[in-house]
Design a protein around this ligand. Structure first.
Ligand code: DGT
Ligand code: MG
Length: 376
């Protein structure tokens, strides 16, 4: 109930100016710094500070006016002691000395480089750093046995650390569309993730695949992957099986946020289009020619049965923080368990069906929040 405090979702209620389409007035400098702080603390997340910071930054991002004094922050949710200390420092000194010193540390720089490798998380990076590995060359020289994902990640390091553009996402969408139609006519794809929220760039491209006849989607992923492979579109892929139907306790509430759809983590080989050309922008004042005609792009494919499609679209559109808050809202305010598969009403002890995101928001007692307002 109310004792649980104000949720991040509540913020969307009183950001009237955002809903009305007025610009949110936060200076670029302000936004930039806040985003940096979120990123810095993400790695030091021993006690959930990363999440706390994301919440705080999301609240500031949602405010209709620029924050120029601490008094404007009175009464706002999700701003803890630590967040307020950093904000105060930013307002008074232009930057937070605490975050700046973190950024300067060798450990942090190494964490950033190593977790930039596809297939390497903070835990692995941390282990390597304790062994004295701080950069890619030291990793290569170390003789560490890397798994297939990490090998591909190292090989395509530069490409995968370059943002994917909307035009590239669209080009990949056309390829995926062609693949699904070729292997199972009538199949449908939906662009999810950050691009569905209107972001102009992303770290990957996310697609959801389904078929309007329940059951026809079974076995679809392996066919799509085979087709893509045969056409030379894949540099790497790993498919994990859907275990949702196989779990002993039936289609019950998943134990974690990880869902159980059949999912393919892949790296696409995308041929550079005319509009991008082969001439790279100036680098260090020198016009460099990249004579490769392609680049590597991370792509996630997920297959969902049509009966779970609305939940899957909602769950895969993100942002991650928005999803977290939405699930928290469902549990704490509605006594419902929301996942990317279903919503379970604990009071009625039954699943609630939905064929659209609108219906799901209605079950949760929320006004519909369009994807572009889910960038928390
Ligand atoms: P990006 O790619 O960095 O521009 O940003 P997003 O928002 O596209 O983030 P991404 O690609 O990591 O994930 C897209 C959404 O999919 C994310 O907001 C939450 C959801 N998602 C990602 N991985 C999982 C997962 O393993 N299980 C579930 N249920 N959802 C996931
Ligand atoms: Mg994404």
């Amino acid at each position: 109930g109310q004792s649980l405090g104000v949720h991040l979702l509540d913020i969307s209620w009183y950001t009237e100016s955002m809903r009305a389409g007025h610009p949110v007035v936060i200076t670029d400098r302000h936004k930039l710094q806040l985003n940096t702080y979120v990123m810095e603390l993400h790695f030091l997340d021993e006690d959930g500070r990363g999440v706390a910071f994301r919440r705080a930054a999301a609240v500031l991002k949602a405010l209709p006016a620029q924050v120029t004094s601490m008094s404007q922050l009175r009464g706002l949710p999700c701003l803890g002691e630590h967040s307020l200390r950093v904000i105060k420092d930013v307002l008074e000194n232009g930057e937070s000395s605490e975050v700046e010193s973190t950024k300067q540390s060798e450990r942090f720089k190494a964490l950033k480089i190593l977790t930039g490798i596809f297939g390497v998380g903070a835990k692995t990076a941390d282990r390597w750093i304790r062994e004295g590995i701080y950069n890619l060359q030291q990793l290569r020289d170390s003789g560490h046995a890397l798994n297939q994902a990490q090998k591909a990640g190292l090989e395509h390091y530069n490409d995968l650390n370059q943002p994917v553009t909307k035009a590239e996402a669209n080009a990949i969408g056309e390829i995926v569309q062609k693949a699904v139609i070729s292997v199972l006519p009538g199949s449908q794809i939906a662009l999810t993730g950050g691009f569905r929220r209107g972001k102009l760039t992303g770290h990957d491209v996310d697609f959801l695949i389904t078929h309007p006849e329940e059951g026809r989607e079974v076995g679809l992923m392996s066919k799509v992957v085979s087709w893509l492979e045969s056409q030379g579109f894949l540099l790497y892929q790993k498919t994990t099986r859907n275990s949702y139907l196989e779990s002993k306790d039936g289609p019950a509430r998943p134990a974690s946020n990880m869902d159980r759809f059949e999912r393919c983590f892949s790296i696409f080989k995308l041929t550079k289009g005319e509009e991008q050309g082969t001439t790279q922008p100036e680098k260090n004042g020198v016009q460099t020619m990249d004579n490769r005609l392609w680049r590597a792009v991370r792509v996630d494919l997920v297959v969902s049965p049509i009966s779970q499609f609305a939940f899957a679209v909602l769950g895969w559109t993100g942002s991650k923080l928005f999803e977290r808050e939405l699930r928290r809202w469902a549990g704490h305010e509605k006594d419902m368990s929301l996942s990317s598969h279903a919503v379970f009403d604990n009071k009625q002890n039954r699943y609630l069906r939905a064929t659209s995101e609108e219906e799901i928001f209605a079950y949760l007692g929320l006004e519909y929040i369009p994807p572009s307002e889910r960038n928390a």
